[in-house]
Design a protein around this ligand. Structure first.
Ligand code: NDP
Ligand code: 8X3
Length: 252
């Protein structure tokens, strides 16, 4: 059977990595991206053992010249992308607007919003040429609700949801699906990154309840990606059973 091709941004950890694992066992060749080149190479070795091929692209999604150079380096045969998972993203800090670090705002906006757009433009053009494809964007419960001290992270995820809605309308005439998945708390490196490497603070976020796992989200992404051609899941909100709103647990 001919293999499909998926491009996953932010595949060095968490949801992106687990999504790569599931797709590798479901007949996909994979283009995996991230800044940590060594991790990408280790993951390539792991995943190629299940029979598919992996192309690693090492770049920072915030830097348009790096994104463009990386995408231009993709050989023609690999540009027939069936599935794009715009996953690379982060929260930086947990502070009120009045005192937050402007550099944190810039990192979140540049990664979660501008980076997603830099990738989506060339890949959606390749999909338009093929008149088929599926783009799954990682939004969040933070793209549906806002919580105190998370204004800019929530703003970026609201932007991901809005951009996705518009893209869905733009791309439907080209037989291209656009979906968002909006998870609640998933225990990955997310909180470690948000708290800038403070392991104790990161662990505290998930104390006292069972958060989602990256595998839970990857399985759901695979469900979305494996629907028949005439079915699109526009938007999917997935929460830990113990978390009924964005404000249900404490991030500090
Ligand atoms: P992780 O921190 O575990 O993984 C984040 C991934 O994004 C890494 O592979 C990282 O790769 C990549 N990344 C971050 N910044 C950049 C950058 N500037 N350039 C390239 N790649 C980058 O987090 P998650 O797996 O939890 O997060 C994945 C997505 O899911 C994010 O968009 C996040 O907002 C969203 N999400 C997460 C939730 C959670 O509770 N964990 C809930 C809802 C949504 P590298 O560092 O190697 O560049
Ligand atoms: C990540 C989940 O609620 O901590 O998007 O912002 S949350």
């Amino acid at each position: 059977m001919t293999k499909k091709i998926a491009l996953i941004t932010g595949a060095t950890a968490g949801i992106g990595l687990e999504s790569a694992r599931i797709l590798a066992t479901n007949n996909f060749n994979l283009i995996l991206t991230g800044r940590r080149a060594e991790r990408l190479e280790t993951i390539k070795t792991e995943l190629e053992a299940s029979g598919g091929r992996v192309l690693c692209l090492n770049f920072d999604v915030r830097v348009k010249s790096e994104v463009d150079a990386a995408l231009e380096s993709i050989p023609a045969a690999w540009r027939k992308i069936d599935l794009l998972i715009n996953n690379a993203g982060l929260a930086a800090g947990i502070d009120p607007v009045a005192s937050a670090d402007v550099a944190d705002w810039e990192q979140m906006i540049d990664t979660n919003v501008k980076g997603l757009l830099y990738i989506s433009q060339p890949v959606s053009n390749w999909m338009i040429e093929q008149q088929k494809g599926h783009i799954i964007n990682l939004s969040s419960i933070a793209g549906k609700e806002a919580y105190p001290n998370g204004s800019v992270y929530c703003g970026t995820k609201h932007a991901v949801s809005a951009i996705s809605k518009a893209m869905r309308i733009e791309l439907a005439p080209h037989n291209i699906k656009v979906s968002t998945i909006c998870p609640g708390a998933v225990e990955t490196e997310f909180s470690l990154v948000r708290f800038k490497g403070d392991e104790a603070k990161a662990a505290k976020v998930y104390e006292g309840f069972d958060p989602l796992t990256a595998k839970d989200i990857a399985e759901t992404i695979w469900f979305m990606a494996s629907r028949p051609a005439h079915v699109n899941i526009d938007d999917l909100l997935i929460m830990p059973t113990a978390q009924a709103s964005a404000r249900d647990f404490v991030r500090k």
